[in-house]
Design a protein around this ligand. Structure first.
Ligand SMILES: Cc1cc2nc3c(=O)[nH]c(=O)nc-3n(C[C@H](O)[C@H](O)[C@H](O)COP(=O)(O)O)c2cc1C
Length: 392
């Protein structure tokens, strides 16, 4: 593992460290190491006198070179533009929109139009779903025209309302239709096209390998595999080793997904699956910094822990404003509630009675309010309470 080396000195005192966090704070130094806190602190405190190059695992998707191989998963109702912007700011290598139903997007359905929004997201990727190759091609073209630099195709959604329409994971059981979709979407756009899928429909039909081969043959640039079958939905543990069968079958990058919730899980899922990248979904709920933290951990950098509580509070307040501006006040307040709950949960940390009681009390107070000013004040009070407790 490569490590950033800092050597700092004032007068006769010299210190060598891999990260600013380990250096004496009192030294009047300039510059910064490359950890997230330093990169955000433009004033800087530390002078980097010697830097040994280190490698952040990179990922190339077609012609697009991602800064690292950790991706925020598409999650309907969750990974909207404010969340994706924040995840990128904290170092996610790629963020993908919520699933957008192709036909509804073409009809101008307001919810799908919002989902396909990428305002302020530096590299915008849109996930499309559907079962009609022509409509999916048109939806992809529309998303590209609106600024998408990558189109991902959903072939993994297990929800009944999606699979009964022969979309999402149902395409794992209809490979000819999946092929037609690949061909139509790839022909419709000039940006890279990728697919996200599961290991198969059920354990008796592990069709992800065949699907990935087809994707490669059709010119797709990457395959993401959630280590569960459709019939598993979200039960049990994601099967990371089985993703290796897909990785072994294709030369295009394979991204492993499922149950990455701690910084060390990034290295573990890559080791178990042999994959080229990691995708993170629920582990980022209430923690938009988490994919960036995993990327840091993979690069051997420090700072893989959650940000300090005052920073977490500021992140939540900024997201809150983002939701109100994206959805309008009435819908924004409702849309934000689940995120506020997750954020409080993450901020309280750990388990146990005190944690549970804190979260339950603040959820009860905040998640019923319709007044954004009241919610903002409550968020500040909740984090104040946590900081006060931490200092006690
Ligand atoms: C609430 C929710 C919404 C999701 N929406 C999508 C989606 O729109 N498109 C998609 O491909 N997967 C979707 N997923 C699946 C995730 O992208 C991911 O594959 C799954 O949660 C497993 O990864 P994780 O264990 O890191 O969460 C969703 C998952 C959840 C929990």
């Amino acid at each position: 593992m490569h490590r950033l080396q800092l050597r700092v000195g004032v007068g006769r005192r010299r210190v060598t460290s891999s990260c600013c966090a380990a250096l004496p704070r009192r030294l009047p130094l300039r510059g910064s190491c490359n950890c997230l806190r330093c990169r955000q602190n433009t004033a800087g405190l530390i002078s980097v006198q010697e830097t040994v190059p280190f490698s952040i695992p990179a990922l190339r998707v077609g012609a697009v070179a991602l800064p690292n191989a950790v991706i925020l998963a598409p999650m309907a109702g969750i990974t909207d533009a404010p969340v994706r912007r924040m995840a990128v700011r904290y170092g996610a290598g790629l963020v993908i929109s919520e699933m957008v139903a192709s036909e509804a997007l073409l009809e101008g359905h307001p919810e799908m139009t919002l989902r396909a929004q990428g305002e302020g997201v530096p590299f915008h990727a849109v996930q499309i779903a559907g079962n009609d190759p022509r409509l999916m091609g048109e939806a992809a073209r529309m998303a590209e025209a609106a600024g998408a630099g990558l189109i991902d195709i959903n072939m993994g959604c297990p929800a009944k309302r999606v699979t009964t329409g022969a979309a999402g994971a149902a395409l794992l059981r209809d490979l000819p239709l999946a092929w037609a979709i690949f061909e139509a979407v790839r022909a419709a756009v000039s940006v890279p096209v990728t697919v996200k899928t599961r290991l198969g429909w059920d354990e008796s039909q592990p069709t992800a390998v065949a699907l990935a081969r087809m994707a490669q043959e059709s010119g797709l640039a990457m395959v993401t595999v959630h280590g569960r079958t459709r019939c598993h939905f979200y039960t049990g543990r994601a099967d990371w080793p089985s993703i290796r069968t897909v990785k072994a079958a294709v030369a295009i990058p394979v991204v492993a997904n499922g149950d990455v919730v701690a910084a060390a899980d990034g290295a573990a899922i890559l080791a178990a699956s042999g994959a080229d990248g990691v995708m993170i979904g629920r582990g980022a709920q209430g923690r938009p910094w988490f994919p960036g933290r995993v990327a840091q951990a993979l690069a051997g950098q420090c700072g893989a822990e959650d940000p300090p509580l005052d920073e977490q509070r500021d992140v939540l307040l900024e997201l809150y404003d983002g939701w109100l501006s994206l959805y309008g006040t009435a819908l924004g307040v409702r849309q934000a509630r689940k995120h506020v709950g997750w954020a409080l949960d993450a901020a309280a940390g750990g388990e146990g009675e005190a944690h549970g009681a804190f979260v339950a009390r603040w959820r009860k107070r905040l998640l019923v309010l319709d007044d954004p000013g009241g919610v903002r004040a409550g968020i500040c009070a909740a984090y104040d309470e946590l900081m006060w407790r931490a200092a006690a």
